[in-house]
Design a protein around this ligand. Structure first.
Ligand code: ZN
Ligand code: ZN
Ligand code: ZN
Ligand code: ZN
Length: 356
């Protein structure tokens, strides 16, 4: 992904969990977050729903470095969602949260050169904080018995105890292993996390200018002239024209949206840093010029990517999928991709639905 004006689109592919480990800098959907920096990993206090305060569930992450910038040689944007139905409101993104994280190529977490693509290559987790065995968030508390299993909150601990941990607590207590692979989705994780997929990024085909739209518009005009018994267009006022078009072309934006994605109907991500979202409906009440500034550096934010409604068709495991919904989710990030503040910086997400 680079700074060109072309749009990149993301598709889903099934991959074994080990290939989605943080050391491979994956773009992915579902499972646990493949954190980038080991410092400041959000806990259930940071990654919590602004409506119900439950810990958020990992939705997806996009690896999108600023390759010409040493301090953002690695860069990932993470998106979280609350799966509670009551928190899902039309055109409201209060049940979402976005974090941006970046690292220079030379850092104390990953090797300078790419890792081998093998299943058993060692990766040192010892300096990492403990992560929740269920959801992968930063986890301050542990099982009182074995002291080796960690949880972000009481709810997830209880969930794990009943699902799995009751059976293996003793076993873990007796084992010599003291650090577990925190990125594998456990049995308990499966009950709350989304199905895990890799996101494959590809460039969208060149947009073709289409004759069809023009024809359709002429049709509408002819129909209107018939209805008005008008000989020429000049006999129809601008207002009448607007009203007629509004009435007869239900939602031009929706039409455009469908047309644009029809070539790649399975796309789940559209990535266009510095571009603009492909809106799903004309009911755009959002003022893009009003996107809040970056709270860390005070600079402008820009559009970076959007999540498409198609994603909902792929993630129906764990969280009841009809409890969440969106038209599009548009993510806006600090234009400078600044380095101020914590490792995981909150960015802005906007949700547009078809219904109001
Ligand atoms: Zn909630
Ligand atoms: Zn958790
Ligand atoms: Zn235990
Ligand atoms: Zn900033």
């Amino acid at each position: 992904m680079d700074d060109s004006s072309k749009v990149d689109i993301g598709f889903l592919e099934e991959k074994p969990s080990w290939q989605l480990h943080p050391k491979f800098f994956p773009s992915k959907v579902g499972g646990k977050p493949a954190w980038l920096d080991k410092n400041d990993i959000p806990s259930n206090l940071e990654a919590c729903c602004r409506k119900c305060t439950d810990p958020l569930t990992f939705l997806c992450q996009i690896y999108a470095p600023f390759e010409d910038r040493d301090d953002a040689f690695h860069r990932t944007v993470f998106v979280f969602i609350c799966g509670n139905k009551a928190c899902n409101k039309p055109n409201c993104s209060d049940n979402f949260m976005v974090f941006r994280c970046q690292l220079p190529r030379k850092n104390d977490v990953y090797s300078y050169e790419p890792y081998n693509d093998t299943v058993d290559e060692a990766f040192d987790m010892n300096k990492w904080p403990e992560l929740c065995n269920v959801c992968g968030l930063n986890a301050p508390s542990h099982c009182a018995k074995c002291k080796k299993m960690f949880y972000c909150c009481r709810k997830h601990q209880v969930n794990d105890w009943h699902n799995e941990h009751k059976e293996i607590c003793q076993q873990i207590l007796e084992s010599s292993e003291n650090k577990l692979n925190n990125f594998i989705v456990t049995q308990s994780g499966k009950s709350i996390l989304f199905k895990e997929w890799e996101i494959i990024i590809d460039q969208e085909d060149e947009e073709e200018t289409s004759e069809v739209d023009v024809e359709k518009e002429m049709d509408v005009l002819h129909k209107m002239m018939e209805e008005k018994n008008a000989g020429t267009l000049g006999e129809i006022s601008e207002d009448e024209l607007d009203q007629f078009v509004d009435h007869h072309c239900e939602d031009k934006v929706y039409e455009k949206f469908n047309k644009r994605i029809s070539k790649h109907p399975d796309q789940v991500i559209r990535y266009e840093r510095g571009g603009s979202p492909l809106w799903i409906t004309k009911n755009v009440d959002f003022d893009i010029s009003n996107i809040p500034k970056c709270p860390y550096c005070g600079g402008e934010r820009q559009f970076e990517f959007q999540i498409m409604p198609q994603l909902l068709n792929f993630i129906n495991v764990g969280v009841e999928v009809n409890s969440i919904d969106w038209g599009i989710l548009a993510i806006f990030t600090c234009k400078q991709s600044c380095n101020e503040g914590l490792s995981y910086k909150q960015e802005y997400i906007l949700k547009q639905d078809i219904r109001n």
